[in-house]
Write a protein that binds this ligand. Structure first.
Ligand code: FE2
Length: 475
């Protein structure tokens, strides 16, 4: 018996079952459309997610699975669906072995693994920069270039040899075409911040001092600044010193927001202390007079226990996020913050054309009252007031992140377009992409595109407008 076989104890895990269960087929299909496919919807909707290729050895965590991309290409009145694994170097090694080599974050890290104790799955996020689709990983590492629309993995991408490692959620400035990036580590420097220029190479990089290693997930940008975050969620330091990983949260420590000029040195960060919290995802930030406004999904305590039937958990992580606004005054150094809603939402998206600039709307998946993280609809927010309208998917139907696709020829309004998401029926396993008019979010979808296989619940997505794509052959 191999070491992997000895360690393989497939513990029942809800994130391996039902609408989360991985699939092992990769297909390309011209899909049936129910309703009228809008003529002014042209481009590719692509979504990343966790889809373990081999039975995971040891205790599985939803964040461990191999990356799989699902995409719908809207072109010439057709909607073509494709799904492909992100063929990372680690997955290729496992394919050669015919079984999983890496265990996940719930197991003791094994530093003898090639490339590190955890497998870089590139399963988390996507960004389309300078004609390249990049798949990114939540723990940080090399990103992978993906061919569009074929979804074939081209290979590791390192920005012309200038940037070898970055984490999920870089921010693309829609005006300058700069990509604002960060990375974090358990060893100093705990946080590295940088800017990839419009030429595709790293033009700025600086280390940012933190009190210790942190589990970070996102940042936000304005036209001139970046907002970095130091939330008190971390690997337990004593266990980490023993080579073990267990996440811990320190509610006695503040949530710190670090405002830095986009191209400034890490020593110039201006820190603002706010009420202790965690936040996986920001929505947007912008400058308003002396203030920087930040809107996102605040979680008071990401490890609090209890109420597991109504508030979803991913292992020990408790997801009870609410729309929240912070205002950081650059002159006085003060913070004003306020909750904007009391409805649980996460995986928010907005009109990327306004990222870093004043925006009004967000499209935020609505968390179902369930033990697992399931979205039973989405909320269209006015993030300046908290006003909202809700679209529900129906009984036992669960969606993913809701991407916003501006209409071809759209005005500057950040709801002049469509909201798209994959929806899966947990009872039948049927999946579809729904296309909703963003200005009439409570209405029935404009059309539904039937996907001829079940699409597991996943993570982040991207909309690539047709005019950003190279001419395609639809193969
Ligand atoms: Fe994320």
């Amino acid at each position: 018996m191999t070491a992997v076989e000895e360690r393989r104890e497939t513990v029942p895990n809800p994130y391996l079952e039902g609408p989360f269960a991985p699939i092992d087929t990769e297909i390309t299909v011209d899909c049936e459309v129910i309703g009228d496919l809008p003529a002014d919807l042209a481009g590719v909707f692509v979504r990343n997610g966790s889809n373990p290729k081999y039975p995971p050895p040891g205790r599985y965590h939803w964040f461990d699975g191999d990356g799989m991309l699902h995409a719908l290409h809207f072109e010439n009145g057709h909607a073509v669906y494709r799904n492909r694994y992100v063929t990372t170097e680690a997955l290729a090694l496992e394919q050669d072995a015919g079984e999983a080599i890496w265990s996940g974050v719930n197991e003791r890290p094994n530093f003898s693994r090639p490339g590190g104790p955890f497998k870089d799955t590139a399963n988390t996020d996507l960004v389309f920069h300078r004609g390249r689709l990049l798949a990114l990983w939540w723990l940080g590492g090399p990103c992978y270039e993906i061919d569009v629309p074929s979804l074939k993995t081209v290979g590791r991408y390192d920005f012309g040899g200038t940037l070898a490692s970055l984490t999920a959620h870089p921010k693309l400035d829609p005006v300058t075409n700069e990509l604002i990036v960060f990375d974090y580590d358990v060893l100093p420097p705990y946080l590295t911040y940088g800017v990839v220029g419009a030429d595709g190479t790293l033009v700025h990089q600086t280390e940012v001092d933190l009190p210790g290693p942190r589990l970070l997930h996102d940042l936000a940008i304005t036209e001139r600044h970046t907002i970095l975050m130091d939330f008190p969620l971390m690997w337990d330091p004593e266990l980490l010193a023993q080579g073990r990983t267990r996440v811990t949260f320190r509610p006695d420590l503040p949530a710190r927001f670090g405002v830095i000029g986009r191209h400034a040195a890490g020593t110039e960060v201006k820190w603002f202390d706010a009420e202790s919290c965690y936040m996986y995802h920001t929505i947007n930030a912008w400058e308003s007079g002396d203030e920087i406004v930040l809107v996102g999904c605040r979680i008071a305590n990401p490890l609090a226990d209890g109420d597991r039937e109504r508030v979803p958990h991913i292992d020990v992580l408790r997801l009870e996020p609410f729309l929240h606004e912070w205002r950081f005054n650059l002159v006085t150094g003060t913070v004003r913050e306020r909750p904007l809603d009391d409805v649980m939402t996460e995986f928010p998206r907005m009109d990327n054309r306004l990222l870093g600039r004043p925006s009004q709307h967000a499209y935020s998946p609505h968390i179902a009252p369930a033990p697992e993280l399931l979205f039973d609809g989405f909320v269209k927010y006015d993030t300046t007031t908290g006003d909202s309208e809700t679209h529900l998917y129906g009984d036992a139907r669960y969606g993913g992140e809701t991407v916003f696709a501006p209409r071809v020829g759209a005005s500057a309004a950040d709801d002049d377009g469509y909201v798209l998401t994959f929806v899966t029926d947990a009872t039948t396993g049927d999946s579809e992409v729904i296309v909703v008019d963003a200005q009439r979010p409570a209405d029935a979808p404009v059309c539904r595109v039937r996907i001829p296989q079940r699409v597991p619940i996943g993570y982040h997505s991207w909309w690539i407008a047709a005019d950003e794509l190279a001419p395609s052959t639809r193969t």
